[in-house]
Write a protein that binds this ligand. Structure first.
Ligand code: TRP
Ligand code: ZN
Length: 879
């Protein structure tokens, strides 16, 4: 361990800052060997009692420090590993500091670093302290002026936040630029970019008539991959005006694409920095899925301008204040751009596989955590996705127009402030008049609540009663779990599949759907005037992030699949049916008995593949089996291989029975004309390529030539890649290897496409286990310093290739442990994220479980672990 035993910090210890920084002036002198950072800070004490000033700093070389132009001698300040403390300061003063840093050696990719040949920054959450000594906390907000000097030919473009106020040629072939951002901001939103970049430009006129210049900066080879993101940005700006009344607040908005980036993108004020994989696309190089990801992430970062930047977080415990709300906003935006039902299905799938797993594991935490060791470990599915679900529940409880009143009040009341989740809930409460006191438990309790539902129909009284019990597993942050306030949307279907008009004393969504407020450990709700025994459609639209337990009969599920007016529940009924079939087959696998395909499930698939429906994107979802990751979550100690075998058997059986029908849909869904990333065209391709996946598994007919032709003839990456992927995940391995080789030859100059090529192989059923993964690691296309490549090989093998990662000999776990140890010395954030697949050790059956634990122990036994890895490993082993 670096610092013996890293300590946790606690929300309850929060104290307001003792100093204000009224304005900042920074000079960055960028050189190849080092960078000099000079700051001039106008500061003020905020408390009555003068306090010592403790500035954060990490891996910095201090050149000098001045107070009111007087250089301090070494006895006038205290320099520690991660701080610089100055005592005895006047009430008002100017603090000036110079530090020397080495961005070119920064492999952690926090603070100022180099990606390819350009300089760029990533300051959230606590990266600014790697640039200079500063009050690196989000409740210290200041106005920034940034002066950058660099060699003019190597770095012709110099960018920072706000407006460009001056440029100048300097001596020795250098030049400079000065940027000024009029909006106060915390330092985590600071950004700087210097490089040899090209850009595309467009304009957006805001609702009050202000013209905003929009630019996307990229390395020259990527200039033909910017248009889609530009369109997405304009759609986002428009949507935020229409749906939230939020207008952009500067005359310029820049996006920069960088190859080396720890996360997806960053919302720095007016200078968003994007992982190139989340912004660059054209039809030849990007799949439909990539186009959709880009639209969502561009929107997400743009929406942060209000939910995050104008109103920011008081401290990092409040992270979900900006992330949960912004994910909710971007997911509603995506729903409005495409199929609302399918967007909901995608979001809930992610939540139920990955977030529920997190909530069931050793890193479980409330969306408002009470403590952490390393904040970077808390950029989690819980903070983001569960946080978004909590905002969605408020939306469900208040309804559309009161929710809008609440968000208006929140933005107006707290504009320019650094606040807490409590301020958000209070604004929603004040604007709506609804009592959210019990609802607040969602912020403080971890774990996924479970609902246990039973029902009874009384024919003579014509009543239908629903008894709902709620439970939640113990988690470390609370002694006793208080009952949650759960908005439970329900509809009742009659035997013809029609929705009954409901009367139950609670607020209605519409006539057919009621939202019941579940608030007790156990309670019973009664519906009156129910003429026949209904089929309940529960938790419509997934109205709360809970696990639902109800003993559905296959006929009921098939009834819901055929008739439910709620598209999400229609899909979910199919998932429930398929899940129960696969889980029960997995028991047969373990018992060694013959596997027999379930006729109900076959019939359902036969129906959904019989003809084209009116929503092709939804149809593709209806025809998709639950993922192996989802199935694993359904068992307390998962038998991964039995589940894999059972799922593969079901897929095979569906394919053998229905390949002709799949082929017909495949043909019917060919998209003619040039590629367009429109939602209709994407839906067609998604369904078509899903059909291909089934066809290629057929044993009675060889469809590999169709996949190969699609791969060879495609004029767009979606079709080329899915053709390739169908071959790679089939037993036509000779064709697959040839196609992989020709794909690499064609695309080896394109970093992003090459990464797709790596991850396709790393996640393939047919990879030669750890040996195959090692071959990818030693391929020239791999680079351990680039997080996208780490994710493409190590992340894909451990996170997606569950069959090989969970090999019974434990070699997959040991291999991952070695990669994490290697990476921790370079990039702790990425190393720590890769631990995810090991933390689940208690949820996997023996003998694997012990072998996963051994891999964690191997990491724990190393000296010198980063805080990031230390926190996750120690919590996982203590669980
Ligand atoms: N705020 C970013 C977002 O939009 C998250 C982020 C980007 C981040 N880069 C990071 C978080 C690096 C931690 C470290 O969600
Ligand atoms: Zn975000």
């Amino acid at each position: 361990m670096k610092n013996a035993e890293p300590k946790a910090i606690f929300l309850k210890d929060y104290q307001a800052p003792s100093f204000e920084i009224e304005s900042t002036h920074f000079t960055f002198d960028l050189y190849e060997e080092y960078t000099l950072v000079t700051s001039i800070l106008k500061m003020k004490q905020t408390q009555n009692q003068p306090a010592p000033l403790e500035l954060n700093g990490q891996d910095l070389e201090l050149m000098w420090v001045k107070v009111n132009d007087q250089i301090l001698s070494e006895d006038q300040y205290a320099l520690q590993d991660e701080s610089l403390t100055i005592a005895a300061l006047p009430d008002d003063f100017t603090l000036s500091i110079q530090t020397k840093i080495k961005p070119q050696e920064n492999t952690a990719l926090e603070g100022l670093y180099k990606s390819s040949d350009m300089f760029c920054t990533q300051c959230e959450a606590e990266g600014f302290r790697r640039i200079t000594y500063f009050l690196d906390r989000p409740d210290v907000m200041s106005v920034y002026t940034v002066h950058i000097t660099a060699d003019k030919s190597a770095y012709p473009v110099l960018l920072s936040n706000g407006n460009l106020v001056a440029t100048q040629d300097e001596s020795d072939g250098r030049h400079s630029a000065t940027w000024h951002d009029p909006h106060k901001k915390p330092c985590y939103l600071f950004a700087l970019v210097a490089g040899d970049l090209q850009h595309i430009e467009d304009t957006f006129t805001t609702m009050s008539g202000v013209d905003v210049t929009l630019r996307i900066y990229v390395e020259p080879q990527n200039i033909d991959k910017c248009d889609y993101a530009m369109g997405a940005l304009k759609r986002s700006m428009k949507w935020d005006e229409e749906v939230y009344g939020r207008e952009y607040d500067l005359n310029i908005f820049n996006i920069v694409a960088v190859d080396a980036f720890n996360m997806g993108a960053m919302e720095n004020k007016s200078l968003n920095i994007f992982n190139s994989s989340c912004v660059l696309a054209n039809p030849k190089t990007a799949t439909d899925a990539t186009f959709q990801r880009i639209e969502a992430i561009v929107a997400h970062e743009y929406f942060h301008n209000w939910s995050g930047n104008r109103v920011t977080c008081r401290d990092w415990f409040q992270l979900s204040l900006k992330e949960g709300f912004t994910v909710f906003r971007d997911s509603e935006f995506s729903a409005d751009m495409g199929s609302r039902t399918v967007k909901r299905i995608e979001d809930v799938s992610l939540l139920r596989t990955a977030q529920f797993a997190e909530d069931a594991g050793p890193m479980a935490h409330p969306i408002l955590p009470a403590s952490f060791i390393e904040i970077s470990n808390f950029y989690t599915l819980t903070i983001y996705e569960k946080g978004a679900e909590v905002v969605r529940m408020i939306h469900n409880i208040l309804g559309e127009s009161l929710f809008r009143k609440g968000s208006d009040l929140y933005f107006e009341r707290h504009d320019g402030q650094a606040v807490t989740t409590e301020h958000f809930v209070k604004a929603m409460e004040d604007a709506s008049g609804k009592d959210l006191s019990q609802f607040r438990h969602w912020y403080h309790q971890a774990g996924t609540p479970e609902l246990w539902v039973s029902d009874s129909y009384n024919e003579s009284a014509q009543t239908y009663a629903l008894t709902i019990k709620q439970t939640c597993r113990d988690t470390s942050e609370t002694d006793i779990k208080k009952p949650y306030h759960i908005p439970f949307a329900i509809g009742l279907l009659d035997s013809a599949g029609k929705d009954l008009t409901l009367s139950c004393n609670s607020s209605a969504f519409n006539d057919a759907t009621q939202v019941i407020n579940v608030t007790q450990h156990e309670e019973t709700f009664e519906f009156e005037g129910v003429k026949t025994a209904p089929v309940p459609s529960m938790l419509r639209g997934f109205s709360a992030p809970v696990k639902l337990n109800y003993d559905y009969q296959p006929e009921q599920l098939m009834h819901l699949m055929a008739h439910d007016s709620d598209g999400f529940n229609q899909w979910d009924a199919g998932q429930t049916l398929a899940t129960s079939v696969i889980l029960s087959l997995s028991q047969d696998v373990l018992a060694g008995t013959d596997l027999k395909m379930d006729e109900n499930l076959l019939a359902v698939y036969a129906k959904w593949v019989a003809e084209l429906s009116d929503d092709l994107a939804k149809q593709a979802q209806m025809l998709s089996l639950p993922s192996l990751a989802y199935l694993i979550e359904q068992q307390p100690q998962a038998q991964v291989h039995a589940l894999y075998t059972a799922r593969t058997f079901v897929k095979q059986a569906i394919s053998d029975k229905l390949h002709n029908e799949f082929n017909e849909i495949y043909v019917a869904c060919q998209v003619s004309g040039p590629y367009e990333p429109t939602h209709d065209a994407m839906a067609k391709r998604t369904l078509k390529n899903l059909c291909l996946q089934y066809m290629i598994q057929a044993q009675s007919k060889d469809y590999s030539a169709i996949a190969q032709t699609q791969f060879e003839m495609a004029d767009n990456m979606t079709d080329q890649y899915t053709g390739l992927s169908a071959l790679v995940n089939s037993n036509h391995q000779e064709k697959a290897q040839k196609a992989l080789a020709s794909f690499y030859e064609q695309w080896k100059e394109d970093v992003l496409v090459t990464n797709m090529w790596l991850s396709l192989q790393a996640a393939s059923d047919y990879i030669d286990g750890v040996a195959g993964a090692n071959a990818l690691l030693s391929h020239p296309a791999f680079d351990i310093k680039n997080p996208n490549k780490v994710r493409a090989v190590i992340g894909a093998f451990a996170g997606q290739n569950l069959r090989h990662y969970h090999a019974q000999d434990g070699l997959g776990y040991n291999w991952l442990a070695d990669r994490i140890i290697e990476l921790d010395a370079l990039n702790p954030q990425i190393a720590s994220r890769l631990l995810g697949p090991l933390t689940k050790w208690k949820r996997i059956a023996q003998p694997n479980s012990s072998k996963m634990k051994q891999a964690l122990e191997k990491i724990a036994s190393r000296g010198n672990l980063s805080k990031d890895v230390y926190e996750v490993v120690s919590k996982s082993l203590a669980d």
